[in-house]
Write a protein that binds this ligand. Structure first.
Ligand SMILES: C[S@@+](CC[C@H](N)C(=O)[O-])C[C@H]1O[C@@H](n2cnc3c(N)ncnc32)[C@H](O)[C@@H]1O
Length: 287
């Protein structure tokens, strides 16, 4: 019988963001959060590699903590119908007032005014199950205007670009360092018949796409990458345009140095995660 391991990691709440960052780098997109963080892994050689990497991560991290209190527990779990559980883990989900995210296999009868965003959960991040994705989506829904040009930095599954198009954007440009993310974004665009309005490029932040004046830039990414994105904004975001970002907690947000040419318009929270809208200030001075 195939065996599975359940790994439960208990660390101080304010340290969870860096642990989740580590899990994402390890390719783990699903975890359960309770008093700790719980992940499941098949019992094979990858598990040993993962546990070694987790140990290195914790040893590196705790050296900077004032109070090092953490624990890992490890147990076997009986075989379960993971295929079914996987499918059941993605029920149709309403975000904001209009968007409904659903996987291709789920039936959903759209109500008046609802927009169905069909995304197939595969390897790329962006199924709608993570609060940071939902924060950007609900802020996007609130601020997007018909005909906007939208850039999506770290597009993952393409979920934010495709939502922007369904909500009225004229064009969406997604970029991601990960080739698989680009393939899955294109596939999701095809499923929604949006491939003519959506383009997805492999690239690092905005280095690899030509300067374009967007009305909205979306960015659900880790804090250092968001910081690295700021210098690009004058070349890619129109005056008066909006940067809608998530991927950080209140703690990270407090230490984020925001450039003077953008001002905060709105901030929202879901669980530990924060979503923020900044507006690029206008250079015109009214006498
Ligand atoms: C947290 S996921 C967000 C996915 C999706 N946009 C969402 O909101 O659910 C972050 C994505 O950013 C990508 N990424 C990380 N660093 C990047 C960089 N420097 N340039 C472009 N993409 C990057 C990752 O590969 C990953 O797909």
């Amino acid at each position: 019988m195939k065996r599975w391991a359940r790994i439960e990691i208990k660390i101080p709440r304010e340290k969870r963001e860096s642990l989740i960052g580590f899990l994402l780098i390890q390719g783990i997109e699903k975890w359960e959060e309770n008093e700790g963080i719980r992940v499941y892994s098949p019992w094979n050689s990858d598990l040993i590699l993962f546990l070694r990497a987790l140990q290195d991560f914790l040893l590196r991290e705790i050296s900077s903590w004032e109070e090092a209190s953490w624990s890992i527990s490890f147990s076997f779990v009986p075989q379960r119908d993971w295929g079914r559980e996987w499918r059941d883990a993605f029920p149709p989900r309403k975000v904001g007032d209009r968007l409904v995210i659903k996987p291709p296999w789920a039936d959903y009868q759209a109500r008046k005014g609802e927009v169905i965003l069909e995304i197939e959960p595969r390897s790329a991040f962006g199924t709608g199950e993570h609060p940071s994705t939902r924060l950007v989506l609900s802020l996007l829904e609130r601020y997007i205007k018909k005909g906007d040009l939208v850039i999506d930095v770290g597009c993952g599954s393409g979920i934010l670009s495709l939502a922007a198009l369904l909500l009225g954007a004229r064009r969406a440009i997604g970029v991601d360092v990960d080739e698989i993310a680009i393939e899955e974004s294109k596939e999701n665009a095809r499923r929604l018949s949006l491939e003519e309005k959506a383009e997805f490029h492999r690239g690092n932040l905005l280095k690899d796409i030509p300067p374009t004046e967007a009305e909205i830039i979306l960015c659900n990414i880790d804090l250092p990458s968001l910081k690295a994105l700021f210098p690009y904004l004058p070349y890619y975001l129109k005056e008066g345009g909006l940067l809608i970002a998530s991927g950080f907690t209140e703690e990270g947000y407090k230490i984020l140095e925001v450039p003077e040419f953008i001002e905060e318009v709105r901030k929202e929270k879901e669980g530990d995660w924060i979503g923020v809208v900044w507006r690029r200030k206008s250079l015109q001075h009214n006498p």
